[in-house]
Ligand binder design. Structure first.
Ligand code: 5GP
Length: 113
């Protein structure tokens, strides 16, 4: 599996505004924010996309999802936030290292574009 620039962020080879880290995951501000709050939560393990995840990654996936909720709440917008996972190029995925977008601080349309 080819490494992506998110691996370089994990390894501190390129800079990022990191807001949370533990043994399993890293969260950092998106370089091109689509809302006043736009944070990416990634597993440190390289999983290309959610459709490539295995059953043995269930705990890890639960962990990053829970952390995304915690991080969203702690960053000033209470319970009003959106979590997004783009899976595959046609769905808008551009970086092939699984990530949860946390978006908050503005109104969001439904259905999403
Ligand atoms: P995707 O389109 O794959 O769902 O989301 C990838 C996200 O990564 C985009 O929102 C993009 O702005 C963000 N991104 C791309 N390159 C970098 C980078 O070098 N640093 C940071 N912090 N975010 C990045």
């Amino acid at each position: 599996m080819a490494e992506t620039l998110f691996t370089k962020i994990i390894n501190r080879e390129i800079p990022a505004d990191i807001v949370y880290e533990d043994d399993l995951c890293l969260a950092f501000k998106d370089i091109n924010p689509q809302a006043p709050l736009h944070i990416l939560v990634i597993p440190k393990k390289h999983i290309e996309r959610i459709s490539d995840a295995d059953k043995d990654e269930q705990d890890l996936l639960g962990h990053i999802f829970l952390k995304a909720g915690e991080i969203a709440k702690k960053n000033g917008y209470g319970d009003a936030f959106r979590l997004v996972v783009n899976n595959g190029e046609d769905a808008g995925q551009t970086v092939f290292h699984l990530h949860i977008h946390i978006l908050a601080g503005r109104n969001f349309a439904w259905p999403p574009g």
